[in-house]
Design a protein around this ligand. Structure first.
Ligand code: MGD
Ligand code: MGD
Ligand code: SF4
Ligand code: MO
Length: 731
């Protein structure tokens, strides 16, 4: 029997509306769903390959248990849960609940909206605060800076008729992330530009996105903070800022002007190696536009001082008054959740770090971005109280994605218990005591909540228009498979440990009500969605009624006027941020934290490739060109080193070294190497780099050059040396 069903792609956070052709119970074809108003038929290469992911020969259809000799044996999932529960009880008994940690990775959120909340409920029930996510090794400065700056109680302009967009190290045409709304990024950008949007891009690489820019600044990496500070200096001195907005809603203006004083455009431009006319032009264009947004992506957030970077972005947005005002309509209100009614006034600053649970290392602790993931390996390796002895890694891949790979591997090997949920034997699964085989995308019901919640992280990301969709499971797992949803692992363990789970989140956002789960009769995923959406703005039943998804802009949501005598103001000059900015001026504008070692002539920067999603989708046919992650370099640099495309090089940082296969990229500036992360495996697999690539995370040290608030180490703009390497024969 053959039929076609609408669904949601859950391979990445873009949440495309798709049509799935099912033949004999198997998904055989995926195309974009033209009946969804937001996606209008859009998909990418990865989504169209979903059927291949489901039927992939390497896909795990049974859970695995590691034997003492390191090999795996299949184990029925219920039996695996019996054993894990027993071992967990012993660990908690001996070391306390805080010795159990969870890491919910990208697929723990993107893959299913139910995973995160149930994992959190489990950690609540055992009483451990040690919960980690990729957020603190991604763009943690966004959440922390918002607290230090204060928040506008209505949305920013964002995608609402922008006249200008400043994208700093973000490449939405490939990442479907920072800079363009959920949907078809290329089409959106093209349409916006046709309507008069001026795009400004700051990126050391002339990216797919930068090719559409009105102004592209192509600086050395790591100069974003000085460029932003200089732009603000120009905007203030030329009186280009939004004076009414600043007078009414902002404090710290004079202090900010004093602190940006050293960022003289000619000097900043010289250090960053851009033309001063372009820097001044970008500042003028940005401020004169009236409406718009600024957003930074992963690159600059990983290049040192991410919180300061994000703080300056908020300052620039406030100076230019890029916020919706009283009477304006909000087009992207949440659907699966209620929000505070929008109001044209500011919430003053509140603490963003320095509260809650503390780690034992580097003075790190809880922040508004979450707990510092970059410090987990230390917390496993350092003996004593508060040491982590058990880790649940759910839809994440620490060996591939965490900074300081060698330390991560040491740490995972030291654990008494490592449980990994994974669709394949990933680099992390290889080290696990138990690998739990999950259901994947089309085998599970889904809601598009992850996509819509993204807008809460910053301006210029997430949905432009409220869009919501529900999908039932479209296909059953393959015959004979013994697979569960990720959340069912935690439910099963809680049952065995006699714990009561209470659901109080939608994805990662707190609900105002908590729902105890029935611990006798296992709820369905749909039951969980029902509970999580009790407070939805659009009733869940109504969302379900639109099988292709729909835009829910009615009833209209409008921004209310400021309360009389409201005192709240956005803060431009947080004392700590201004101290940090003064230090950048002293460092001569490069976010150098330690440049002790010499001989590191290149900077390794991050980038994403369309056919992979971190370490997911790497094994799909996808892009025929590269199954590994090339070390892209400028042809002149290759020439100078006497290298030709396809050569193997050794890339060495102060911390460690990896191999790379060089390829030409004329879109790069000289002196940088651009590589995608989350490829490769542990060192003993390095020789396979032609097939599996190399892990750039090995080049980061987690205890040097780290961001003081989130603990995020340098993961882009890493000083490295490059030399030819002949010991590996590629086949
Ligand atoms: N196809 C695909 N899509 C993805 C992912 C994927 O792996 N593949 N990953 C997803 C994830 S987890 C995330 S967080 C998002 C990230 O989404 P983005 O932030 O858009 O990620 P990138 O495409 O890597 O873009 C980062 C850019 O920063 C530039 N850059 C590097 N260092 C610097 C610097 O110091 N300064 C400046 N100005 N630029 C710099 C790089 O050249 C690159 O163009 O993408 C998501 N989407
Ligand atoms: N050097 C460097 N390091 C980086 C970055 C960088 O730019 N440079 N980017 C950082 C960023 S932004 C992020 S978000 C992190 C990502 O960090 P992680 O989230 O830890 O890494 P992923 O590779 O996304 O892990 C996804 C895992 O889930 C598995 N998987 C796939 N589908 C499913 C499913 O349906 N269910 C389950 N249970 N598992 C599934 C995959 O096989 C893989 O093992 O990496 C960070 N690391
Ligand atoms: S952009 Fe993301 S959600 Fe859309 S088809 Fe590609 S992988 Fe799926
Ligand atoms: Mo990310």
């Amino acid at each position: 029997m053959s039929y076609t069903r609408p669904s949601i792609c859950r391979l990445c956070h873009n949440g495309c509306a798709i049509l799935v052709e099912v033949d004999n119970g198997k998904a055989v074809r995926v195309v974009g769903d033209r009946d969804n108003p937001v996606y209008a038929g859009y998909t990418c290469l990865k989504g169209r390959q979903l059927p291949l992911q489901h039927s992939h020969p390497d896909r795990l259809l049974h859970s695995l248990k590691r034997r003492p000799d390191g090999t795996f044996q299949p184990i029925p999932v219920e039996e695996a849960m019996d054993e894990i529960a027993e071992r967990l009880a012993r660990i908690i008994d001996r070391h306390g609940p805080g010795s159990v940690a969870s890491y919910t990775g990208t697929m723990g959120y993107v893959g299913s909206a139910a995973t995160g909340p149930v994992a959190e409920a489990f950690m609540d029930a055992i009483g451990s605060p040690m919960r980690f996510t990729p957020n603190t090794i991604d763009q943690p400065g966004k959440a922390i800076a918002k607290a230090l700056h204060g928040m506008w109680m209505a949305p920013p302009h964002g995608f609402h008729e922008p006249r200008v967009a400043l994208l700093i190290g973000a490449n939405p045409l490939i990442s479907h992330s920072a800079g363009a709304p959920a949907g078809n990024p290329r089409k959106w950008l093209k349409t916006a530009i046709a309507r008069g949007l001026k795009l400004i891009v700051i990126d050391p690489r002339r990216t797919e996105t930068a090719r559409n820019a009105f102004i592209h600044l192509q600086p050395k990496p790591g100069h974003d903070i000085s460029l932003l500070a200089s732009m603000m200096r120009i905007i203030i001195d030329e009186n280009l800022y939004d004076k009414d907005f600043v007078d009414d809603n902002v404090s710290g203006f004079d202090e900010l002007r004093r602190v940006v004083d050293p960022f003289v455009p000619t000097e900043v431009a010289r250090q960053a190696d851009v033309m001063v006319e372009e820097l001044i032009g970008a500042a003028r264009l940005f401020a004169a536009a009236g409406r718009g947004y600024t957003i930074a992506g992963t690159g600059p957030n990983m290049s040192g001082r991410g919180t300061l970077l994000e703080y300056l972005i908020l300052n620039l947005e406030a100076l230019c008054g890029h916020y919706l005002r009283a009477g304006e309509r909000v087009l992207n209100s949440l659907t699966f959740m209620q929000e505070q009614p929008p109001k044209a006034q500011a919430i003053p600053p509140f603490p963003g770090y320095g509260f809650g649970e503390q780690m034992r290392v580097r003075g790190l602790g809880m922040t508004l971005a979450g707990m510092p993931t970059a410090a987990v390996s230390d917390e496993i390796l350092i003996d004593g109280e508060k040491q982590i002895h058990a880790l649940f890694s759910i839809g994440g891949n620490p060996v591939a994605a965490w900074p300081d790979q060698l330390k991560t591997i040491d740490a995972l090997n030291r654990l008494e218990l490592l449980v990994q949920t994974d669709i394949k034997i990933s680099a992390t699964a290889r080290l696990a005591d138990y690998v739990i085989a999950p259901k994947v995308g089309l085998e599970t019901p889904g809601i598009s909540a992850v996509t819509e919640l993204l807008k809460l992280t910053a301006t210029g990301i997430g949905s432009a228009v409220a869009n919501a969709q529900y999908t039932p499971a479209i296909v059953q797992p393959p015959d004979g498979a013994d697979v569960v949803e990720d959340w069912e692992l935690f439910y099963g363990l809680a049952q065995r440990l006699g714990l009561q789970l209470t659901l109080d989140k939608l994805v990662a956002l707190p609900l105002s009500e908590a729902f105890p789960l029935d611990m006798k009769n296992r709820p369905t995923t749909d039951d969980l969605f029902d509970l999580m959406t009790r407070q939805a703005r659009i009733p869940f039943a109504e969302i379900k009624g639109h099988v292709h998804g729909a835009a829910f802009t009615e009833p209209a949501v409008t921004v209310a006027a400021k309360d009389p005598d409201w005192p709240g103001r956005l803060e431009l000059a947080d004392a700590q941020m201004m101290a940090d900015l003064r230090e950048v001026a002293r460092e001569q504008f490069d976010t150098e934290i330690s440049q002790s070692a010499t001989g590191f002539d290149f900077r390794l920067i991050s980038r994403r490739m369309l056919h992979v999603y971190n370490s997911s989708a790497r094994d799909l046919p996808g892009n025929d060109e590269f199954h590994y992650n090339p070390a892209f370099m400028h042809p002149a640099d290759l020439n100078q080193l006497g290298l030709t495309p396809g050569d193997v090089v050794q890339i060495r940082s102060e911390r460690s070294a990896i191999l790379g296969v060089v390829q030409i990229d004329t879109s790069l500036r000289q002196g940088v190497i651009s590589m995608t992360h989350a490829f490769g495996d542990a060192p003993q697999y390095d020789d396979a780099l032609g097939q599996i690539g190399s892990p750039t995370g090995r080049l980061s040290a987690n205890d040097r050059d780290y961001e003081p608030y989130s603990g995020q180490p340098r993961m882009s703009n890493i000083p490295v040396s490059v030399r030819g390497f002949t010991e590996v024969a590629l086949n």
